[in-house]
Design a protein around this ligand. Structure first.
Ligand code: NI
Length: 197
């Protein structure tokens, strides 16, 4: 059985995402991008390239609020606006990552209504806080295990700089890098929350 692991990148696309796509292409690796809808609208070509390169793209809402704080109608609007912009860029996804990993029964119900599953993570690099190539790399390697979902953010240049070394180290350790849809397989349940494969 393969030791699979999924790298995920939240909050983009941003100014450094194209460089990350270049690096992933050079290493022949596919990842998962949970994009913010308004950022996808601002960088449509980057999203199209994610799709063309075989990456998975998921819904990280339109404007990145804490969903439990906004009420069910706004949760629906946040999901639907992102879905609409992604659809226009060739992305169909049933995977949602709630901002900050913040969710509750109401969010789950709204997601379920739309056929969306929620994807969290079980390896948190805290790259947004440390902004450090070495620390981010160490946190991935320390947390790596079969089926892990690793949280990073492609809006930080230090994270983008860390990724080639992370990929090399994971592959040296025997991991196969896969997308979240590959990791979770076809039986994802709408409304359910996944933290690993
Ligand atoms: Ni986020």
């Amino acid at each position: 059985m393969l030791r699979c692991i999924a790298l995920t990148f939240d909050d983009g696309p941003g100014p450094h995402t194209a460089e990350l796509l270049d690096d992933l292409r050079a290493q022949d690796v596919r990842a998962t991008f949970f994009v913010v809808g308004r950022n996808a609208a601002a960088h449509p070509d980057v999203v199209r390239r994610m799709v063309a390169d075989g990456h998975a793209v998921g819904n990280h809402t339109w404007s990145h609020p804490r969903l439990p704080d906004v009420g069910p109608a706004a949760v629906g609007t946040e999901l639907d606006r992102a879905t609409a912009v992604l659809a226009g860029l060739g992305v169909t996804t049933s995977l949602v990552r709630p901002p900050y990993g913040a969710t509750d029964a109401t969010v789950a119900a709204v997601a379920a209504d739309r056929g969306h599953a929620q994807v969290l993570w079980d390896v948190d690099t805290r790259d947004w806080w440390n902004r450090d190539v070495t620390i981010t790399t160490e946190r991935v390697l320390a947390g790596a295990h079969r089926g892990a979902i690793v949280l990073m953010h492609d809006i930080h240049p230090t994270t983008v700089q860390a990724v080639p070394g992370i990929v090399d180290a994971l592959q040296d350790a025997g991991y196969t890098l896969v997308t979240v849809p590959q990791l979770l397989g076809p039986d994802v349940v709408p409304g359910a929350t996944y933290v690993s494969g």
